[in-house]
Write a protein that binds this ligand. Structure first.
Ligand code: GLN
Length: 561
């Protein structure tokens, strides 16, 4: 345990009660809000959690969110976005679940790898410690070692950030096998930190079968009961439902879950998640959390002024002008896959007070006839080609880009969208027949997009792309400079391929302008100066767009539309 002792001290040295605590950590200094889900996943637990974080932040508390994912993947990087939603990239390069994006946008702050923990990462750390000999002489067990490692990570975040509250969201639902140890670890955390330091919230789902036409609470009761069987008495229940929560359902949940009525809240579906903070404030959820955690005196109830202003800002008047933007991708039909793009568009819509409708374009269905492209894109005000991987639907995307270029329709390309715009230009303007990316065609005669040199020797797929926030240097007298009003920005990346430097000159001679780079050979922004709006970026501007501070490229794109 020599090395362990350097950074942590143990409450008790015996193996049964192994509970590592970072050196200098003060029990009771930080409060914890723990959010679990019941009945089903995908009911907006992340949205509820980030809304509560925002309301607590608005009260003056320093809130640090943390997501505990149950799966054994070390991070979200290798997950299929169609099944799990978008992979969100943090500034430090961590590939996370999309909920981290919701937290960043709600709290308007950058998060890092310590805000996101998976079971896979916890097990990896434990096995590495075991191999080093850190547990010498002891058998390594789920309890106390796995639970201890989780508590250690939670407390390290508290200590590092000096947070008043760590708000921990546990992925999945309470019945899942994988998250049993996370839930047990947090039960232990309450035991060790004290009841006044840890508040448990359960987000449950009230069924409303169309055949019955009424709300039913039984599934929610069972879900909450299984949490109680694990030794956790929730302090607050938030009931998600399609329509507003009925009083009779609230009464039942209160009785069966052993919770005062005033701590059972309803949260039915809303169109705009940014309207939730004031809604939750008015119901008094953050008041109850502060009462439970004895924070009322230090952080008393504040005025609703800021949250009301926020709610006003994010409301688009009913009679506002409507524009239709196409998104051409292969994962259409699962809007979570492009959730940051939808948010960035929403942020631009708050600023311009334009309503934005989305038309999903499945580019696998666009056949070779140009008329089918015209049919698909004819009525659009603008087109986004988002990030992606592999060959599915890319010829259709290239056709859509060509149509936008030739017909002066605003176009924004993101990452793969940047690369495909470049391929389209190489093929149809520079006459480089069959130009392609080597990701799709290793033998293309014109590899205008090629693997980054640093990527050539990488074999593993996990966390190995060019990842995270990096500087983008913007050329003077370009649209990129005017839009960003700056020559230096920082944006997030997630790619293995780049514009092949051998073709930069040829492309520029034909009229493509590279207006942003890494300061060296990696091209990061392209534009067509003669076009109304034709811009594409190797980075993902959608990851850093915020409700009150929309990404400038998205904003300008929407204005051009
Ligand atoms: N597949 C491309 C690459 O790896 C683009 C990646 C992306 O769109 N995120 O470079």
């Amino acid at each position: 345990m020599a090395e362990e002792k350097e950074e942590t001290k143990e409450i008790n040295n015996s193996s049964e009660f192994y509970s590592p605590i970072p050196q200098g950590y003060e029990i009771g200094k930080t409060k914890y809000v723990i959010i679990t889900g019941s009945v089903i996943s995908g009911i907006g637990k992340g949205t509820v959690s980030s809304t509560l974080s925002k309301n607590l932040q608005d009260r003056g508390l320093n809130v640090e969110p943390m997501k505990l994912e149950a799966y054994l993947n070390v991070d979200s990087g290798t997950l299929n976005p169609f099944r799990h939603g978008e992979v969100f990239v943090l500034d430090d390069g961590t590939e996370t679940d999309l909920d981290l994006g919701t937290y960043e946008r709600m709290l308007d702050k950058n998060l890092g790898k310590d805000n996101f923990i998976t079971s896979g990462r916890i097990y990896k750390q434990i096995i590495e410690k075991e191999r080093k000999g850190d547990y010498l002489g002891k058998d390594v067990q789920f309890i106390p070692h796995v639970t201890g490692e989780i508590k250690l990570e939670v407390r390290k975040l508290a200590q590092k950030t000096n947070a008043d509250i760590i708000l921990i969201e546990i992925g999945g639902t309470v019945g899942d096998y994988e998250n049993q140890f996370a839930i047990e670890a947090l039960r232990e955390l309450q035991y060790e930190e004290g009841k006044e330091s840890v508040c448990f919230i359960n987000v449950t789902y009230i069924l409303e079968p169309s055949s019955l036409g009424e709300q039913k609470s039984k599934a929610a009761q069972f879900g909450i009961k299984s949490l109680m069987q694990m030794g956790i008495q929730p302090d607050i229940i938030i009931c998600r439902s399609k329509s507003p929560l009925k009083q009779s359902i609230k009464d039942k949940i209160s009785l069966f879950a052993n919770i005062p009525l005033k701590r059972v809240f309803g949260a039915h579906n809303v169109k705009n998640i940014y309207s939730l903070p004031i809604y939750f404030r008015n119901m008094g959820v953050d008041d109850e959390i502060c009462r439970i955690l004895k924070l009322e005196e230090k952080f008393p109830k504040n005025t609703n002024e800021k949250l009301e202003k926020y709610a006003d800002y994010v409301t688009i008047p009913e009679n506002s002008e409507n524009i239709t933007i196409g998104i051409a991708g292969k994962y259409i039909g699962a809007s979570d896959t492009y959730i940051s793009i939808l948010n960035a568009l929403e942020h631009a819509s708050f600023a311009t007070k334009k309503k934005i409708s989305i038309k999903w374009i499945d580019t696998r269905e666009i056949n070779s006839l140009d008329s089918s492209v015209e049919e698909t894109l004819g009525n659009l005000n603008g087109l986004i080609v988002p990030g992606g991987f592999g060959d599915k639907g890319i010829e259709g995307k290239i056709k859509c880009i060509k149509y936008c270029r030739e017909n002066n329709i605003p176009f924004l390309g993101l990452c793969y969208g940047f690369q495909l715009a470049l391929i389209e230009f190489a093929r149809n303007v520079c006459q480089l027949k069959n130009a392609n990316t080597t990701e799709v065609d290793k033998n293309t005669p014109f590899p205008v997009i090629d693997i980054l040199p640093e990527q050539k020797s990488i074999l593993n797929l996990g966390a190995s792309m060019r990842l995270g926030g990096k500087e983008v240097f913007i050329e003077a007298n370009t649209k990129a400079e005017r839009v960003h009003n700056s020559n230096l920005i920082r944006r997030r990346f997630r790619h293995r391929y780049e514009c092949n430097p051998d073709y930069i000159e040829k492309l520029e001679r034909s009229g493509m302008l590279f207006s942003g780079s890494d300061g060296g050979n990696i091209m990061q922004i392209l534009e067509l100066p003669q076009h109304k709006f034709f811009m594409a970026t190797q980075f993902h501007p959608e990851f850093t767009s915020r409700p009150l501070n929309p990404d400038p490229l998205f904003l300008e794109f929407v204005k051009s539309c």
